[in-house]
Write a protein that binds this ligand. Structure first.
Ligand SMILES: Cc1cc2nc3c(=O)[nH]c(=O)nc-3n(C[C@H](O)[C@H](O)[C@H](O)COP(=O)(O)O)c2cc1C
Length: 178
């Protein structure tokens, strides 16, 4: 299976990157092909809503890092998002990637599985409700199947996450992905 992992934090050693690291470790061990896109360290310009794509064969007017991500997503079987929780939803880095899917909605719709991983400071049982609902709506729109979520609440920094079972659960998610 080909898996594209998209991360959304500027913390290279942060909590959501840690989840991605462990997921990828498991997925590679299980024999899957993984392409990782660290959105915070790529150039992803915001969608201009110019509709250039609608008259140019779904090509975006921007020429930036999304070009390589579009190529990798085209034949991906699964897309994994790993984001820090920012104001109860995904980080701006992930949102910019999402918006840029506008050019490829028709091409990418259907036939993909998705996993959402997120980390947060808060640990209330409703902490991830906004993020979860947002992804449900996005995945419904794209007709991608949400196969799993891993919500690492109560993890403001990596040192706290290291004391919990979330990294192991991310590893097992990657190891058992089908
Ligand atoms: C701009 C910003 C917004 C945040 N918003 C929330 C929030 O709404 N709820 C929450 O529980 N934590 C919030 N946090 C805390 C982060 O989600 C938490 O520290 C997370 O572990 C950071 O992940 P990272 O290490 O991958 O960057 C916020 C942090 C920042 C910097």
């Amino acid at each position: 299976m080909k898996v594209v992992v998209i991360t959304g934090s500027a913390h290279k050693k942060g909590t959501s990157a840690f989840l991605a690291d462990k997921f990828i470790e498991g997925a590679i061990e299980a024999g899957h092909e993984v392409f990782r896109f660290d959105a915070a360290f790529e150039e992803v310009k915001p969608c201009l809503a110019c509709e250039y794509c609608s008259t140019h064969h779904s090509n975006c007017v921007h020429k930036d890092s999304m070009g390589k991500l579009y190529t990798e997503l085209a034949d991906a079987d699964m897309v994994v998002f790993s984001t820090p929780l920012y104001y109860y939803t995904m980080s701006a880095q992930i949102k910019a990637v999402m918006d840029r899917l506008h050019a490829k909605n028709a091409e990418f719709a259907g036939n993909k599985k998705a996993i959402i991983m997120a980390s947060s400071y808060g640990d209330a049982d409703w902490t991830m409700d906004g993020l979860d609902k947002t992804f449900d709506l996005i995945l419904g729109y794209l007709n991608w199947e949400k196969v799993a979520t891993l919500y690492a609440t109560g993890c403001p920094v990596r040192e706290v996450m290291e004391q919990k079972d979330f990294p192991q659960r991310a590893y097992e998610l990657g190891r058992n992905v089908m």
